[in-house]
Design a protein around this ligand. Structure first.
Ligand SMILES: *[C@@H]1O[C@H](CO)[C@@H](O)[C@H](O)[C@H]1NC(C)=O
Ligand SMILES: *[C@@H]1O[C@H](CO)[C@@H](O)[C@H](O)[C@H]1NC(C)=O
Ligand SMILES: *[C@@H]1O[C@H](CO)[C@@H](O)[C@H](O)[C@H]1NC(C)=O
Ligand SMILES: *[C@H]1O[C@@H](CO)[C@H](O)[C@@H](O)[C@@H]1NC(C)=O
Length: 576
């Protein structure tokens, strides 16, 4: 019922398309429960509801599902509870877009309806079949009270419909069930399939022997009958692998993406680790005869490289043929409490879609917000060649920064005073940042941005760099997001998030971009080598009371060679 309220009839879709260029701001009352005394009014304020990040008008969302480009439209499906702001009653909600930024909600695409998905339609992925029909592989739950997981398929009913409004579940479901010896409650999230020499392949995430994460390989000639390969594509001692994603990448430094069935010298295998709740990936090689994947760096296997070091999970990529790029969607959950979510009436957003490609080093990916988000930029404010002395800061004025996009290039005057790096932290950036937060003085840094800051600085979220020097005198760059002072509200989850930045800072130069959107700060260090999404809920620094500063808590001068900040307009967002 909740869903029906905001679903659009096809004629309304056309009307909205005509309106799409106009900048309509419609504030919908959230119909939140009357706030109880323990719910601070700021938590339910519309000023903390994100303005340009993907979300439905209300209720709970989680994993992005089956993203694809079809006949001029981007489609995003996602796990959605039509009945409330907590997980449950999950269906596949469906939205479409011309540009990945303005979204129109359609009727839900997939709901429980057949014996093999009657108790749940969970995550899955899109594959376009040779005759042009889009197909969704997804996980169904087929019995009550136990999450017994089996894999199903749904096909677009009318491939002439660019909006792909109707989906049918063929009679040959299910296409894969847990086999004896497999843990049936840890068997889910099929990938986009790829095609080699007469056979399709797909992956399903799983758990073996209670602690080994595995990516099972299934093969099929006709996309109907699937058989599991004896060996998984890859596995590691990490606990359950959810939402695997596997795709080829162009040679180092080329920003274009590759279609999933295209062969390449390098591949990426990403898994969402149920135990840590982060998305880890490796870069490696794929043998299409044995269907085995080997990461280039065995030591980094699902320990070091994350798409994002903050609230970002269950992500999925797709190849966009319109712009020859690979685009990443990821779910960002809330960092407030369940009572807060119930009072707000909503929980969960999708990160701004990111283009991803292999870094020139060949060792990691680079991620950057899709260029279309720049259409929302208005009213730039710039600062150039401004030196920030040790212990100093300055405010960037002239814009409403609570919904903004900030790009800044820093120049460190010298690396002389960089603190020594303790190699014990080599695989634990987050712990290092927890010990050396934004207010802990350093040699080179901490320097960066205070965003969503109150005028008296009692509230502020810091996004910053700190430079160390290892035993050989080589700089080690840490990027952190420190929300410990982000809000005076209690019952918030405020972890410091951090990752290392593999960048050559010997020239002193490093860049930072932050997409600030009321209760989310999504940051890209060094041109997208390290990314951190953080959810924060200020009690004072909301709306016009939010300020933006550049700070330097190190002993070394930092120059802002260039900073530009834009207010961001509100796109069409599913009718909200
Ligand atoms: C399929 O979609 C096209 C385009 O929206 C529409 O014209 C046609 O009537 C649809 N066919 C059926 C059988 O619904
Ligand atoms: C399946 O995995 C879950 C999670 O690790 C575990 O709790 C459960 O005991 C396992 N079931 C079997 C039958 O091994
Ligand atoms: C399979 O891999 C080989 C390299 O080992 C490559 O040359 C070939 O193009 C691949 N085949 C397909 C269909 O991708
Ligand atoms: C997001 O919420 C926080 C706080 O409740 C949890 O600690 C995280 O595990 C959770 N992340 C995911 C991906 O579920």
């Amino acid at each position: 019922m909740g869903a029906q309220k905001w679903v659009l009839a096809p004629c309304a879709v056309l009307l909205l398309l005509q309106l799409a260029s106009a900048s309509h701001v419609i504030h919908r009352s959230l119909e939140a429960e009357a706030a109880s005394p323990s719910i601070p009014p700021s938590i339910v304020s519309p000023l903390l509801r994100t303005g340009y990040h993907f979300q439905p008008p209300m209720n709970w969302i989680n994993d992005p599902n089956g993203p694809l480009y079809y006949m001029g439209w981007y489609h995003l499906f996602y796990q959605y509870n039509p009945k409330g702001a907590v997980w449950g009653n999950i269906i596949w909600a469906h939205s479409v877009s011309r540009d990945l930024i303005n979204w129109i909600a359609l009727e839900p695409a997939i709901k429980p309806s057949i014996p093999t998905d009657m108790y749940g339609v969970w995550s899955g992925s899109a594959t376009i079949l040779p005759d042009g029909t889009p197909a969704m592989l997804y996980t169904g739950i087929d019995r009550p009270n136990i999450n017994y997981q089996i894999q199903n398929i749904a096909l677009a009913k009318n491939k002439s419909d660019p909006l792909l409004r109707e989906w049918v579940k063929p009679g040959y479901n299910p296409i894969a069930v847990p086999e004896p010896g497999m843990n049936a409650t840890q068997f889910r999230d099929p990938t986009t399939a790829w095609y080699i020499d007469g056979h399709w392949r797909m992956l399903v995430g799983g758990l073996k022997d209670g602690r080994r994460g595995v990516a099972h390989v299934y093969r099929s000639r006709d996309f109907k009958t699937w058989k599991r390969a004896k060996h998984p594509l890859h596995s590691a001692l990490t606990g359950m692998w959810e939402c695997p994603d596997f795709f080829p990448v162009h040679e180092a430094g080329v920003q274009n993406g590759l279609e999933t069935s295209q062969f390449a010298a390098k591949y990426v295998l990403k898994n969402s680790l149920d135990l840590t709740r982060y998305d880890y990936y490796t870069v490696g090689t794929y043998n299409n005869k044995t269907d085995r994947y080997v990461p280039d760096d065995a030591n980094g296997d699902y320990r070091r490289l994350q798409y994002d070091y903050g609230n970002f999970y269950a992500s999925k990529t797709f190849y966009d043929p319109a712009k020859q790029r690979r685009v990443l969607f990821g779910w960002a959950n809330e960092s407030d409490s369940v009572p807060h979510d119930k009072a707000k009436g909503w929980a969960g957003i999708q990160a701004i879609p990111r283009k991803i490609w292999l870094d020139p080093s060949g060792k990691q990916l680079v991620q950057w917000p899709v260029e279309e988000v720049e259409k929302l930029r208005a009213k730039p404010v710039s600062v150039a060649n401004k030196v920030v002395k040790p212990g100093q800061n300055f405010e960037v004025t002239g814009l409403q920064s609570y919904q903004s996009d900030v790009e800044v290039s820093f120049e460190v005057s010298s690396l002389e005073k960089a603190e020594p790096f303790d190699p014990a932290f080599s695989n634990d950036a987050q712990k290092l940042c927890g010990m050396k937060g934004a207010d802990v003085k350093g040699g080179v840094g901490p320097f960066g941005l205070w965003v969503l800051a109150s005028a008296n600085l009692a509230e502020k979220t810091a996004v910053f760099f700190r430079v160390f020097k290892d035993g050989y005198g080589k700089p080690v760059v840490l990027m952190c997001s420190d929300p410990t002072k982000s809000s005076l509200t209690s019952d918030l989850y405020k972890p410091t998030f951090a990752g290392f930045v593999e960048t050559d800072i010997s020239s002193g130069k490093i860049s930072l971009r932050s997409l600030i959107d009321r209760s989310v700060v999504e940051s890209f260090g060094a041109g997208g080598k390290t990314c951190i999404l953080s959810r924060v809920y200020p009690s004072m620094a909301i709306g016009q009371n939010a300020h933006l500063y550049v700070f330097n808590n190190g002993e070394t001068d930092i120059k802002v060679s260039h900073l530009t900040a834009w207010e961001m307009k509100k796109p069409l967002m599913n009718g909200a």
